[in-house]
Design a binder for this molecule. Structure first.
Ligand code: UN1
Length: 511
């Protein structure tokens, strides 16, 4: 099922301009040599000029000046700024969601959800601003106190990807700001307008709070701009979201200068479907996780490891739901699958489906391009389900498109090892009514991922938990729980109030 007409370039450009204007972006910025496109119709959305790599140095210098002021501002006062940011994001929720839809093709409900995720992390960060707890430990020496203190870290460089063009910035920025750190943001070059809108909204909150304007800066540009940020000695933490290849390069460069890195890279997320699973719920969970966001979340479900006794039933049910998925203009009511980000995603999907078939797979549904007549530079596809004889090579790779592989298993140990037998380690699920199976999946010998779910899909995590994964996913944790610690430095303090000088470990050094 597809919609037939797509909006015109004039229509999308007008929507973008009015959303930007309401968010406080200076429309004079919309001129320059760089053209950005909307995946909705493949046509020009805006022109902009990019930041040069040399300008990054000046941004980082300004951020360092802001840091000197912000680190001395009490954490609860820093929280008040983030509270205002959350309130302003609420006011501009629809505008920012519109920009996200126009720039990356998310359906309205998911785009609004992304902005809600930003508001949620602001709430979390405000509470955190009174809870940046350090521990006290018993000292082995009489009359001594041993404790730790958490201090602001320094300038944080955020590099974000197209698929969560604003939420990932907020996870980093809301937490960084309460932790006392300024942020320099390099958004995806695909989503500069959403970034300008977020920055304008934060600038309003900063101005109202009389906080330093350079707590938040955006550098729009290509790989050279990102690299300058990554290599900059004065950027204390680089938080980068994107491909494993990008993360490998960034991780090595930051390590070479002893900087700190937080990496959120690829996922190849699986669900195990056991014989006891409630298949109605399972199908709903799988379809949202696999076809939602047109398969372009890092948490997208890409593999279903299904017990052979339920394979046929599950395959039939999935095929019939996939055949009915409403594909088309993401801003139209009722659409569930918007466009891919561009032609290379479509080519990657086609290549993966070809390789899967070479490796013995059978495409049960999907893979066809849609709406090519309506817009030859927009890439809409029918999400695909492929039944594989086993977990072949293509299945172990992340293809950033809606391709779901079904792989049969016979016993749970085998399913667990299939779950873990990929290089990535972000998210995972089990669908089961058997508590022992669920517990084994969550145990030390179970899923090796950072996110391990029971009876829900792999995507759509809340901000309260720490978000991230292991192995090629990069090991970083963002958002909730104690992820804030990455944005601060720890000092261990030993205070002697005894009037004597006993040495630790009983060392005698009397002179
Ligand atoms: C991503 O795809 O980069 O859990 C992040 C989820 C979202 C975040 C995804 N909360 O699917």
């Amino acid at each position: 099922m597809t919609t037939t007409a797509l909006p015109t370039a004039d229509d999308l450009q007008a929507q973008a301009r009015s959303a930007l204007e309401r968010c406080g972006v200076d429309l004079d910025l919309l001129t320059g040599e760089q053209t950005s496109h909307s995946p909705i119709n493949g046509e020009t959305l805006a022109n902009l000029s990019w930041t040069s790599a040399d300008e990054v140095d000046a941004c980082v210098a300004r951020a360092r000046d802001a840091f000197a002021i912000w680190r001395d501002t009490p954490a609860p006062a820093r929280g008040a700024l983030v509270r205002r940011l959350g309130a302003l994001l609420m006011e501009h929720k629809a505008d920012i969601a519109t920009l996200v839809s126009l720039e990356v093709g998310k359906i309205t409900s998911e785009a609004l959800g992304e902005v809600q995720e930003m508001i949620d992390v602001c709430d979390f960060a405000v509470g955190l601003s009174r809870q940046l707890y350090g521990r006290t430990m018993p000292s082995e020496r009489p009359g001594h106190r041993l404790m730790e203190t958490w201090h602001p870290l320094g300038v944080v460089g955020v590099i974000s990807a197209f698929n969560f063009p604003v939420a990932v910035w907020s996870w980093n920025t809301a937490i960084a700001l309460v932790c006392g750190d300024p942020v320099v943001w390099k958004p995806s070059e695909t989503a500069p307008l959403s970034a300008l809108a977020c920055n304008a909204v934060l600038q309003q909150a900063i101005a109202e709070a009389a906080a330093p304007a350079n707590l938040s800066q955006v550098v729009i540009g290509g790989a050279d701009v990102g690299q300058r940020l990554v290599d900059h000695q004065d950027v204390a933490l680089i938080s980068a979201t994107g491909s494993t290849r990008m993360g490998q390069a960034v991780g090595q460069r930051v390590a070479a200068r002893f900087g700190r890195c937080l990496l959120e890279l690829g996922g190849n997320n699986a669900a195990i479907v056991t014989p006891s699973a409630d298949l109605d719920l399972t199908v709903r969970g799988i379809v949202f996780a696999a076809a939602g966001t047109a398969g372009q979340r890092c948490t997208t479900m890409r593999r279903v490891i299904v017990h052979e006794s339920v394979l046929d039933d599950l395959a039939k049910r999935l095929t019939s739901v996939y055949e009915r998925l409403p594909i088309g203009d993401p801003t139209t009511d009722g659409t569930l699958v918007g466009p891919l980000i561009g032609g290379s995603a479509y080519q990657a999907m086609t290549a993966a489906l070809g390789q899967a078939q070479d490796e013995g797979g059978k495409v049960l549904v999907g893979g066809e391009r849609q709406l090519a007549d309506a817009a030859s530079d927009a890439y809409y596809v029918q999400p695909a389900v492929v039944q594989m004889p086993q977990q072949t090579q293509i299945v172990t790779r992340e293809t950033f498109a809606p391709v779901l592989y079904l792989i049969p298993y016979t016993d749970l140990d085998e399913a667990l090892s299939l779950n873990n037998a990929v290089p990535q380690g972000l998210s995972s699920s089990i669908f089961t009514e058997d508590q022992a199976e669920a517990e084994r999946f969550m145990s030390a010998a179970g899923s090796d991922c950072g996110l391990v779910n029971v009876n829900i899909g792999t995507s759509g995590a809340e901000i309260g938990g720490a978000f991230g994964g292991e192995k090629e996913t990069g090991g970083g944790r963002e958002s909730g729980s104690d992820a804030w610690r990455t944005y601060m430095r720890r000092a261990t303090n030993t205070v002697n109030y005894s009037g004597e000088l006993p040495l630790a470990q009983g060392v005698d050094f009397s002179v």
